[in-house]
Design a protein around this ligand. Structure first.
Ligand code: AMP
Ligand code: MN
Ligand code: MN
Ligand code: MN
Length: 290
């Protein structure tokens, strides 16, 4: 088992727990090194770090940036980023910018299919109004009795071809990777098994083109063990890591009790042969004195 959990969300994005409660739950469940990776925001890191210090666990400064690449929405996790690096601060602020307008359009689309009052309802679930997103809409649609749970919302609403879906332009891949690496962080392709064309996983030739481009831009790692991957996908993405010389990352992608496939906590080991992403910060060789 790995005692690293390098992907999770707090109320600063679309998680249900505050950064403090998230760190406490992680520590209780055996995590020794936790990265908080809120969507398009780094405001929770100070609070999470203070809690982690009290709890005796290590906090890695993280973020998960939304990216548009070709026709896909991708998520790029940054680990060990510097939250005071201005291009990163400004960059994630620019990604957050369009979310309010998108939310209005999502509510209009739902209203056209007979579901009203959703905008106000969704904002009630948003701990951080500048980060309003589909999860907050999903929670409201559950609360108001339109769906039985969040995952059934994402089958019937808010996705391509369904009411409430609004296409959106997120950050460019080059920008997201640049903000992360420019701040001294490692860019990680998050949950590659989640990128789909229709109902099928992104094809291997497209994924290879993506990985080549990601690496050329400075990307260094790929999530192999993810709460949204099956064990078969751990093996599949471990093979891509080997083929492309990428480091392997692991994270639950926890959003809240009862809402995520996998809780915070210890994750299954990497398949044999993976080089863990923490090599990049734990074995960093000190600079030779001039
Ligand atoms: P947004 O950035 O507003 O498009 O929202 C993306 C978020 O929606 C993801 O980070 C997940 O938290 C959530 N999400 C997307 N698809 C699903 C799904 N099938 N089941 C549960 N949550 C989902
Ligand atoms: Mn999310
Ligand atoms: Mn994601
Ligand atoms: Mn995530």
């Amino acid at each position: 088992m790995l005692d690293y959990d390098l992907h999770c969300h707090s109320t600063v994005s679309d998680g249900l727990l505050s950064p403090t409660d998230l760190a406490a739950r992680a520590a209780e469940r055996g995590v020794k090194v936790l990265a908080l990776t809120d969507h398009d925001d780094i405001d929770g890191l100070d609070e999470a770090r203070a809690a982690a210090e009290r709890l005796g666990i290590r906090l890695i400064n993280g973020v998960e940036i939304s990216v548009s690449w070709r026709s896909h929405t991708l998520h790029i996790v940054g680990l060990n980023v510097d939250p005071s690096y201005q291009p990163l601060v400004d960059g994630v602020a620019s990604v957050r910018n369009g979310r309010g307008e998108r939310a209005v359009k999502m509510a209009e689309s739902l209203a056209r299919s007979g579901i009203g009052g959703v905008l106000e309802g969704a904002y009630r679930f948003a701990g951080n109004p500048s980060l309003i997103g589909r999860t907050h809409f999903a929670r409201y649609l559950v609360e108001s009795g339109h769906c039985k749970d969040v995952s059934s919302v994402f089958k019937n609403y808010l996705v391509k071809g369904k009411p409430g879906y609004v296409p959106h332009q997120w950050a460019a891949l080059a920008d997201a990777v640049g903000w992360i690496t420019g701040s001294g962080g490692v860019a990680v392709l998050a949950h590659p098994g989640r990128y789909t064309v229709g109902r099928k996983q992104m094809g291997s030739s497209t994924l290879r083109e993506l990985l080549r481009e990601f690496i050329d831009l400075g990307g260094q790692a790929i999530e192999v063990v993810s709460g949204s991957h099956t064990p078969e996908q751990y093996a599949e993405f471990a093979r891509y890591a080997g083929e492309f010389g990428l480091l392997a990352s692991c994270g639950s992608d926890f959003h809240g009790p009862g809402e995520s496939y996998r809780d915070l906590g210890r994750l299954p080991d990497f398949p044999l042969g993976c080089r863990p992403v923490w090599e990049s910060w734990e074995q960093a060789t000190p600079m030779k004195a001039a």
